[in-house]
Design a protein around this ligand. Sequence first.
Ligand SMILES: Nc1ncnc2c1ncn2[C@@H]1O[C@H](COP(=O)(O)O)[C@@H](OP(=O)(O)O)[C@H]1O
Ligand SMILES: [Mg+2]
Length: 262
Amino acid sequence: MSSTESLLPRSIDVTSINELAIQAGIKIMEIYGYEDFSSITQLKADQSPLTLADHESDEIITAGLQSMYPQIPIISEEGKHTAYEIRKDWTAFWLVDPLDGTKEFIKRNGAFTVNIALIVNKQPVIGVIYAPVLQTLYYGMVGTGAFKQEEKQEPVAIQVNRKKNQLTAVGSRSHADPAEEEVLKPYDVVETISIGSSLKFCLVAEGKADIYYRHGPTMEWDTAAGQAILTAAGGKVLDASGDIFTYNKLSLVNGSFLCQGF
Ligand SMILES: Nc1ncnc2c1ncn2[C@@H]1O[C@H](COP(=O)(O)O)[C@@H](OP(=O)(O)O)[C@H]1O
Ligand SMILES: [Mg+2]
């Protein structure tokens, strides 16, 4: 298969994935309503937080994907991670972050998302991101287009803003790195928005921001759905060598990347 477009499996109905992300978001909101998070929060080995909401969202998404698409394997942040020796031969798989921005969830600032991506031949071709507090869904199919759907409204097509001057940059609220400012110096950045989770990709995809450079580490499930949506909206995600960012790497830890709408 030569083009990314021809890699898009026709058998996948993105509406079914959107529904799953919304169902997971409803469960996350139930837990977001708890008065006290201390009894539902643990620290992982790397000291990053994990909550009951991450687990419950993972269960809904994994069960849904398995029942609808039993032939496609899954890697989810909270599930078991198949060894590289096996997954390196996968042509297609789901890459899921059931709750991206767990720190934002705990801080109760609303900037957290549910992320589901389909990777085909190392590239994200479908991406779905749902922000339950904002009740906003973003989704994209590479080669078809990207869409935003706000609560009870019809989906609208979104596109990057191609301007190269007077740029708005986005950066992480909880994991910013001084190196990011350095890399963005050659660009005409006039404003910076700090926000948690994959919403940064969505802001570039819908033209509300123009550039996002991430220096510090992320995991493949943090970026896959966002990259699919941004690519479908006309933007791109580049690695440190200027090549298109790829997935199913030996390590699931991402290196630095640059997202741009131009
Ligand atoms: N040291 C580290 N190694 C790997 N990933 C990290 C990391 N520090 C932060 N991240 C990733 O950055 C994500 C949050 O990004 P942001 O700061 O843009 O909101 C986290 O997602 P989770 O919240 O799903 O764990 C986590 O996966
Ligand atoms: Mg994440």
